[in-house]
Design a protein. Structure first.
Length: 418
C-alpha cells in the first residue's frame, strides 16, 4: 500500500516521488526526500496534466499515473560517469535492495559501479558494471521475497494456552495443529506432555544474533548448528547470500560456508552485514529456521545441566485475566530484550505484509539518521533513543496504525507471556 504524501511529508517515499516527477519533467529541484513547496507545485502540475484532482496530495490515483507513465518510458543505459535522475533512480533501487550505501546524488561513480557489479553477479546477469535493459528489469523487480519458494504464504504460529485446554490431559496438545515455530515461552508443554520433555523449546535467536555470538566464540557446537542450517538451504540461495555478504563486508573473496561468513561479523560492517543476514533469513523456510533455532538452543544448553537458558513458569489457575492491549509506542519504552519480548516482536514481524515492513523500516531509518535500512523489529526496539531521535516514535506510531486488532491482541498476548 502506497503512502499518502502531502506537503510536510519526508522520507524515502518522497524521494521516489521526486524522482518520478523529475523524470517526467515536472520537477527540477533537489532529490532530498522533503515534500516542500517545490514538490507541491510539481505535483499540482502533474495532476493537472493527467486529468487528476489537482489537490497537491499524492494518493493511489496519482501514484498509479506516475508509475504507469514511468514504465511506458525507456530507461537509458547508464555507464560510469553518467549523471541525472535516472542514475539517482538506480541508486535508490540498489539501496532498497541492500547493495548501495552511498548518497543518492545522481552521479555514477565508483561506489555506484561496485554496487551494480555486485547486484549483477548476485542475480545471474552479465557483469559489466552498466545499467542496461536486463539490469533495469531486475532492479525494478520486487525488492526481497521473489525467492521464497518453500515457506507458505501464511505462517501459523501455535502457542500453548491454558484456555483451550483447561484439563491437563496429555493427549490435548498432540491433537492440535502441528507447530511451525514454538517460541521459548511455550515451555508449559514440558509439564503436560511427557514426549516433549526431551526437546528444549526453540530459541528466538535471529541470524544476526547468531552471527554476533559466533564471531566472538566460534564454539564447535555453534559451528554444528550452522552446518546443519546450511545443509537445508539451496545452493542458489547460498550463492546469492555469499555475494551479498562479500559486498557488505568489503571482502575480495567470496565466503564458501556460513561458518566462514559469520566468523567475519564485525562492528565496522555490522549494519550492511545485518542486511545480508536479514535477506538470508527471509529466504529460509520456516521449518529450517525453527530447526536451526532448536539446534542452537540444544547445543548451547550444555551437557549435564538441568536448566535451559529461559524456563518461565506458568500459573496453574484455570481462569485467565482479561488481556491488556499494549501499543508498540508503549512497549518500546520498556523493552529489555527478554525472551518473550523478542518472540512477540518476531511473531508480529512474520504476521505483517512484507511491503508494510519495508515501508516502516525505511521510515525508521530516516527517523534514526541511518544510512542502512533496519532489518528487524528487535533491532528497532534495541536502537530506540527518543532523546537523540525524537522522530523514531512517529515511525512506530505509523506502524501501529497498520496493525489489525488481531495483530495487536496477539502481540500483547506474546509480550505479556511470562
Amino acid at each position: 500500500m502506497d503512502s499518502i504524501l502531502r506537503q510536510g511529508s519526508k522520507g524515502s517515499d518522497v524521494v521516489e516521488l521526486q524522482q518520478l516527477l523529475q523524470g517526467k519533467g515536472f520537477y527540477s529541484g533537489s532529490i532530498d526526500g522533503d515534500f516542500g513547496a517545490g514538490t507541491t507545485n510539481a505535483v499540482l502540475k502533474f495532476q493537472q496534466a493527467n486529468g487528476l484532482v489537482a489537490d497537491g496530495i499524492v494518493g493511489s490515483s496519482s501514484w498509479a499515473k506516475l508509475r504507469a507513465a514511468s514504465t511506458a518510458q525507456t530507461l537509458p543505459t547508464l555507464l560510469p560517469g553518467s549523471k541525472g535522475s535516472a542514475v539517482a533512480q538506480a541508486q535508490q533501487l540498489l539501496k532498497d535492495k541492500g547493495y548501495y550505501q552511498g548518497r543518492i546524488d545522481g552521479d555514477f561513480g565508483v561506489g555506484t559501479r561496485d554496487a551494480i557489479v555486485a547486484f549483477q553477479r548476485a542475480n545471474g546477469l552479465t557483469v559489466d558494471g552498466k545499467v542496461g535493459e536486463q539490469t533495469w528489469k531486475k532492479l525494478q523487480a520486487p525488492a526481497i521475497a521473489v525467492a521464497t519458494p518453500t515457506p507458505p504464504t501464511t505462517i501459523e504460529i501455535v502457542r500453548p494456552s491454558p484456555s483451550p485446554a483447561p484439563s491437563p490431559a496429555p493427549s490435548a496438545t498432540p491433537s492440535s495443529t502441528p507447530s511451525i515455530f514454538v517460541p521459548t515461552d511455550g515451555t508449559p508443554i514440558a509439564t503436560t506432555d511427557p514426549t516433549s520433555s526431551s526437546t528444549p523449546p526453540a530459541s528466538a535467536i535471529s541470524l544476526a544474533d547468531a552471527a554476533n555470538s559466533y564471531s566472538r566464540g566460534r564454539l564447535p557446537n555453534q559451528t554444528a548448528a550452522l552446518n546443519n542450517l546450511q545443509a537445508n538451504i539451496t545452493p542458489e540461495i547460498l550463492q546469492q547470500f555469499f555475494q551479498r555478504w562479500q559486498t557488505a563486508s568489503g571482502l575480495a573473496t567470496t565466503a564458501t560456508s556460513l561458518q566462514d561468513a559469520l566468523s567475519g561479523y564485525n562492528l565496522a560492517q555490522m549494519l550492511n552485514q545485518n542486511l545480508a543476514l536479514q535477506w538470508l533469513q527471509g529466504q529460509i523456510s520456516s521449518q529450517a529456521l525453527a530447526k536451526f533455532r532448536q539446534d542452537w538452543s540444544n547445543l548451547n544448553s550444555g551437557i549435564g545441566t538441568t536448566t535451559t537458558p529461559f524456563t518461565p513458569s506458568q500459573p496453574s489457575g484455570t481462569s485467565n485475566p482479561p488481556l491488556q492491549l499494549i501499543n508498540l509506542s508503549d512497549a518500546v519504552k520498556v523493552f529489555k530484550r527478554s525472551a518473550n519480548q523478542i518472540t512477540a516482536l518476531e511473531n508480529l514481524q512474520n504476521a505483517l505484509p512484507a511491503l508494510t515492513m519495508q515501508q516502516f523500516f525505511q521510515r525508521w531509518s530516516v527517523a534514526s539518521g541511518q544510512n542502512a535500512i533496519a532489518i528487524s523489529l528487535v533491532d528497532v526496539f534495541q536502537d530506540y533513543d527518543s532523546q537523540q531521535f525524537p522522530s523514531q516514535i512517529t515511525a512506530i506510531q505509523w506502524l501501529e496504525k497498520e496493525l489489525t486488532t488481531a495483530n495487536l491482541e496477539q502481540f500483547s498476548r506474546d509480550w505479556q507471556t511470562i
